[in-house]
Design a protein around this ligand. Sequence first.
Ligand code: ATP
Ligand code: MG
Length: 576
Amino acid sequence: MSSNPPIVNNFIRQIINGDQDTGKHGGRIVTRFPPEPNGYLHLGHAKSICLNFGVASDYGGVCHLRLDDTNPIREDPEFVEAIKADVHWLGFEWDALRHASDYFEVIYLCALKLIRDGKAFVCDLSADEVREYRGTLTEPGRNSPYRERSVAENLDLFQRMRAGEFPDGAKTLRAKIDMASGNINLRDPALYRIRKTTHQNTGDAWPIYPMYDYAHCISDAVEGITHSLCTLEFEDHRPLYDWCLQQIDLPNHPELTQPLVDAGLGMPVSTPQQIEFARGNLDYTVTSKRKLAALVEDGLVDGWDDPRMPTLAGVRRRGYPAAAIRNFWERAGVSKQVSTIEYSVLEACVREELDAAAPRRLGVIDPLKLVITNLPDGHAETLTFPNHPKNEAFGTRAVPFSGELWIEREDFLEEPVKGFHRLVPGGEVRLRGVGIVKCVDVKKDTSGKLSEVLCTLDATSRAGQEGAERKVKGTIHWVSARHAIEAEVRLYERLFTVADPDDDTDGKTYRDYINSNSRRVVRGFVESSLGDAQAGTALQFERLGYFVADSRDHAPGHPVFNRIVTLRDSFAKATK
Ligand code: ATP
Ligand code: MG
């Protein structure tokens, strides 16, 4: 047990505290994160990861990563690798890496025990017939005509299912519980189905595969899991989870787990306790692997790691720090209350991390030429800029300055409007780190579009001069046109146009709500020090937001920056 009591409190930790007091699991805490490798992990999964790994580490316990690979049809080794990378990136290390398929032999032996004990039977009903027999929420089901088969017949048939004698769907193994139960999950649920599909881990060894509920509780028990934390939709499955473990009684049947001992995977078995908590939901987001997979497969995004995707691979490429995601879920808390958190809360956590961690740089994303007419031709000098306004430890850097600059087009207005404090004809503005310029003229191209702003620089307003402190209302950023590097800049908005893209009440689906402006690509200019920016490093472009050099496309000679987030919550403003 940890000597530092956890600071975070929630109902799960209260249960664990109680268990620790009574010595329920011998003082041990073992949790697991059990994703199905049928897609990439998303922000919702991060809640479960933070909870499971966080609880284990705070109580001096361990957490396992278990790939829940009981369904061979949907799984892919690409997803397994992605899941491992994402959990590591979030900052967690598993104690054991297991697959549900590591336990197939044990799960099979458990089924034989259930059959021998008269608790399971082989059923020949088709899927449609099973549905018919199942009853409804208000009506009890009917017993399968195969329910009273003898133990000997069931053993024979099940062993022949395992030997591959029957085609897909011909038979199932079902638990014998209660067709009249008010809980439909207890109406003789299927434990095994026939599926002659090659499995990514076990190849063609198994023509039958265990059902999720049945495999999950056994997997938990053989790993010695003490607290099996899952989302609320499993609440109604808990009686089945408990029923299976009670009937199988692993702690008193070491012969059932002998195959694991022989394979060097043996662990002390437990009687795990399932505890359900509410899923984490975010607005403007879908968090269902199936829906995210469809976006990828149909080319609506550029892949699982598209920076607009709510996948962990997507937000990582977008530049979100892992710490921001951990803080976000910690603040959101864990309860049984279903709620949807505003995406802007996550963005605030991202800003908070980046404000402290990101060095400042200069970049212009919608360039307009500004020419200083009272500097000698070819004038160039080097200015020293602090890398972080609040933290001297970031040091300084050299920023080249010359008489031809790029400024942001929106920082100049030819026809001033009230409240606009940047550059206007005849007006003055401070150039960040340089001094005060005054607009004396403008140039236009043949189409009448503004092409250049001509200014004079007030030499007395420069650093060290008597007018250095002179106040003007606005300060704008710039880069030296001669020295700056051209860069591709990708500006992102929400992927969906509505807060609840899953709402299909009016016949629309999440696909109808994709924001066609969710990505805008522009050519900008960034200061020359970014020539050797490392992919994945986050920066603040002053006044524009936080950016990251794209981990896929950024290369020497071809800089590509993603905007992680703006400096302020411009989204909230725009939707008011
Ligand atoms: P999806 O519908 O996206 O496939 P899932 O729950 O089927 O989600 P799993 O791979 O089975 O995906 O999930 C692994 C673990 O993560 C499970 O314990 C599940 O309860 C948990 N999890 C999934 N989504 C969320 C979420 N939004 N919030 C909290 N936990 C989640
Ligand atoms: Mg699932």
